[in-house]
Design a binder for this molecule. Structure first.
Ligand code: 18C
Length: 258
């Protein structure tokens, strides 16, 4: 009977996160799966039209000009291929607080506001101020998980980190000098081994990771559209280049984590 129960729960609930009993769980599950779906759509298959605004080696960054209540909220989608690291390693570095200040160039301060479980945290961050706008802060849950690739069951699992704004009574918005931004961000990574090899013989030279990064940030309050779009154009490529080179550097002398 115990065996039967176990297999039933595996079939019905493949997610093993310890966060499943948290009140935010239904939202975390829904937003993460939506973001995964959205990230996996090619820029050609997606609704709306993406415009390429930055290119560097294999990195491509696309945006769509969008406004909500007069505020620029341009969605961004970026694709890149990173050699020598796995999707799991990239996602772990993107998720874990201990690495954040090593790659996040817009950061002024970061605190873990709540530990929901080892794969789900709530972060409170303040970001650098851009003149003439007010300084911004962000409060968001962050969730990391691996998902089997349903489109190609022989391929390696996908790894995803999803960040999405939330609320906490201890951190009310817009009370101090900061304006709260609202964000939905995801990073998806998939590892490829080329040429295919016995897992014990794989070296970092044989691996590459295809990544997709999607972001929508609502600035939360007035910010001049021209300044904002200029910041966007400068900061997103800077972030992705810095983040990926940081990951390569962090992983190079460590055993590969698949
Ligand atoms: O995804 C990224 N980082 C994650 C971990 O930190 C997480 C955080 C996202 C933060 C979103 C942006 C917060 C506001 C930033 C203010 C601008 C600071 C620029 C400082 C320059 C010196 O998901 C990587 C995030 C990469 C961010 C690139 C910049 C995005 C700009 C978006 C504009 C938002 C409003 C700006 C306010 C007014 C500007 C005139």
């Amino acid at each position: 009977d115990r065996l039967k129960q176990k297999s039933v729960s595996i079939v019905q609930n493949p997610v093993s996160s310890a966060a499943v009993n948290h009140k935010l769980w239904p939202e975390i599950e829904k937003v993460t799966m939506e973001q995964l779906h959205y990230a996996r759509l090619g820029v050609g298959e997606d609704v709306g039209v993406w415009q390429l605004f930055a290119e560097d080696g294999e990195m491509r960054m696309y945006r769509r000009e969008e406004e909500v209540d007069g505020l620029v909220v341009d969605p961004l989608k970026a694709c890149h291929v990173v050699r020598g690291v796995t999707g799991r390693e990239l996602c772990q570095i993107f998720f874990s607080p201990e690495y954040r200040s090593g790659w996040e160039t817009t950061l002024e301060d970061m605190t873990v506001a709540e530990t929901i479980s080892n794969d789900t945290l709530i972060f409170m961050q303040t970001h650098k101020r851009i003149w003439p706008a007010s300084q911004r802060d962000a409060l968001f849950w962050s969730h990391i998980r691996s998902v089997p690739d349903t489109e190609d069951p022989d391929a390696s699992d996908l790894w995803i980190v999803c960040n999405h704004s939330t609320e906490l009574p201890q951190y009310p918005p817009n009370t101090g000098k900061c304006v709260r931004v609202y964000l939905t961000v995801c990073l998806v990574g998939q590892t490829f081994i080329d040429p295919p090899k016995d897992s014990k013989k794989i070296s970092r030279e044989d691996i590459s990771c295809k990544i997709t990064y999607c972001s929508v940030v609502n600035p939360g309050g007035w910010a001049p559209a021209s300044v904002l779009r200029a910041v966007y154009k400068r900061e997103y490529p800077k972030f992705l280049k810095r983040f990926t080179s940081y990951c390569i550097e962090q992983c190079k002398d460590k055993p590969i984590q698949f």
